[in-house]
Design a protein. Structure first.
Length: 220
């Protein structure tokens, strides 16, 4: 749910639809200076375009002589935080290819420092080092669904099985929208928490989110 208190920017939903692609994304429409709104919207649109590029390659597009079934992509968003300090946008991208083994749902985020009008990543918010890795193991696994004990154990085993060095490398490449994001890690902010979404195998749900209570009004 969008945080209303202390918000200085008004947001409206925009829709992009073409073929099997449907994208819902936010745009700043009021508040602040017009120049600042344009800068923020440019950051949002650049990230949306980067997400779309990930799914744009069609392995069957060269088969001109044979008809092929189109892919479908559905992207929706939640506003996790919107106040005088930060805007945090959480995207869920549901993708299905008729030629793939199964549908996927991946997470992407856009975090914007509204004071300095720039996109920020995990390393701008917290110190990314071995202490973060050790601390992360104690973060709360969050979901809208009730989790069984076996599932929680399987998730924790997978995260621990990555190893401290791989997890640290993943944190260092977090929030890059593209192949350089080693573990598909994306950060988000709520009014009182920092969240980390990390990609996991399909049998574990494609992605999981961990959160920690942390009052973030200043960057690392």
């Amino acid at each position: 749910m969008e945080e209303v208190s202390r918000s200085i920017y008004g947001i409206e939903e925009r829709i992009y639809q073409r073929g099997g692609t449907y994208v819902s994304y936010p745009i700043i429409v009021s508040g602040g200076l017009s120049y600042n709104r344009d800068l923020i919207n440019n950051i949002i649109l650049e990230d949306i375009n980067n997400i779309l590029r990930i799914y744009s390659a069609d392995a069957f597009s060269e088969l001109k002589e044979n008809p092929y079934l189109p892919d479908t992509l559905n992207i929706n968003y939640d506003i996790k935080r919107n106040n005088g300090h930060f805007l945090s946008i959480f995207y869920r991208a549901d993708f299905f290819s008729p030629y793939g083994a199964h549908p996927t749902q991946l997470v992407y985020t856009t975090n914007i420092d509204l004071v300095n009008l720039r996109r920020i990543k995990l390393s701008d918010i917290v110190q990314v080092d071995n202490d973060l890795v050790d601390d992360f193991y104690s973060w709360e696994l969050v979901t809208d669904q009730k989790l069984g004990k076996d599932y929680k154990e399987a998730i924790n085993e997978y995260i621990i099985g990555l190893g401290r060095n791989i997890l640290l490398m993943g944190f260092k490449t977090a929030d890059i929208i593209g192949s350089d994001n080693l573990l598909g890690i994306f950060t988000y902010l709520t009014p009182d928490r920092i969240g980390i979404s990390i990609s996991v195998p399909n049998y574990l749900g494609d992605h999981v989110e961990y959160e920690k209570v942390k009052d973030i009004n200043n960057l690392a």
